[in-house]
Design a protein around this ligand. Structure first.
Ligand code: HEM
Ligand code: HEM
Length: 216
């Protein structure tokens, strides 16, 4: 009898999610600088949808995608920082928290964008709710982006440092790798369903705004 194919370390939804972040964040950045605010908003809505879906996937996705697998307590973190050998195959105890931080920063960036407006012609669909806080929202959107950039910088340096020490984390994030624990993954169609639900929910919420995005 043929053996079942071993599941990947990173399932397809996690890899597609990760692969789309760099192009989306870079396009959002460039489009804001160049004043292509419709493109900017679309990138932002897509990031918001993807991050919401990734959070749900962290609850129901495959083993290594789950928060319960990679969000570890202080003892594991201290042991890891003291150099004790870590035998897991997903995010390490420190990496797990940095993933949470990056997801939080991406969410905060997208959410603050909804309430943000420029001084010329573009307003996020919820900008009318910002009221007296409009300037604070504007500043937060800018400051949060700098935090995100710094965090992504540290993230890439960390990944490259592992590569230099002979541990290639990038390849499994691209190809999936081969998991050693043998548990079957959560099916990809469920991620598609969650993605559709997150997109529909955001679409519906924005359509309630008195100034919905032009395409709604
Ligand atoms: C805007 C740019 C980026 C953002 C926001 C970002 C964010 C993230 C996030 C949120 C994760 C967790 C994935 C998950 O569990 O869903 C992750 C993992 C990972 N990222 Fe990135 N990333 C970015 C760019 C990059 C680049 C350019 C590389 C390659 C040099 C990279 C390499 C990796 C690797 C190898 C992992 C898995 C780390 C591990 O094994 O624990 N990332 N990244
Ligand atoms: C994760 C997604 C997003 C990223 C990475 C991002 C990034 C940025 C950046 C880098 C700027 C320029 C900051 C500055 O120098 O002032 C900016 C400005 C802005 N963003 Fe976003 N943003 C995102 C989501 C959104 C969303 C969803 C909206 C609204 C639909 C939005 C609306 C705005 C507005 C109105 C400005 C002000 C432009 C100006 O004053 O020139 N952003 N964003």
């Amino acid at each position: 009898m043929q053996r079942p194919t071993p599941p990947p370390i990173w399932d397809l939804p996690v890899r597609l999610f990760h692969g789309s972040l760099l192009p989306l964040v870079v396009t959002a950045w460039v489009s804001a600088e160049e004043g292509y605010m419709d493109v900017h908003a679309w990138c932002g809505y897509t990031v918001l949808t993807l991050v919401s879906c990734r959070i749900l996937w962290g609850l129901v996705g495959s083993q290594n995608a789950r928060f319960t697998t990679f969000v570890r307590g202080p003892r594991a973190i201290i042991a890891y920082l003291r150099g004790s050998e870590w035998s897991g195959e997903g995010h390490n105890p420190v990496g797990g928290w940095s993933v949470l931080l990056m997801l939080g920063l991406l969410l905060s960036q997208g959410m603050s964008g909804l309430f943000n407006a420029d001084d010329i012609s573009f307003s996020g669909p919820l900008a009318h709710l910002a009221g007296d806080f409009a300037d604070d929202v504007h500043e937060w959107h800018e400051f949060n982006f700098n935090l995100l950039l710094a965090m992504v910088g540290v993230h890439i340096i960390a990944v490259l440092a592992y590569l230099r020490r002979g541990k290639n984390l990038i390849l499994p994030m691209v190809t999936g790798g081969i998991s050693g624990h043998g548990r079957a993954g959560t099916p990809t169609w469920l991620a598609l369903l969650l993605l559709g639900a997150c997109a529909a929910l955001l679409w519906w919420l924005l359509s309630l705004s008195p100034r919905p995005p032009p395409f709604l």
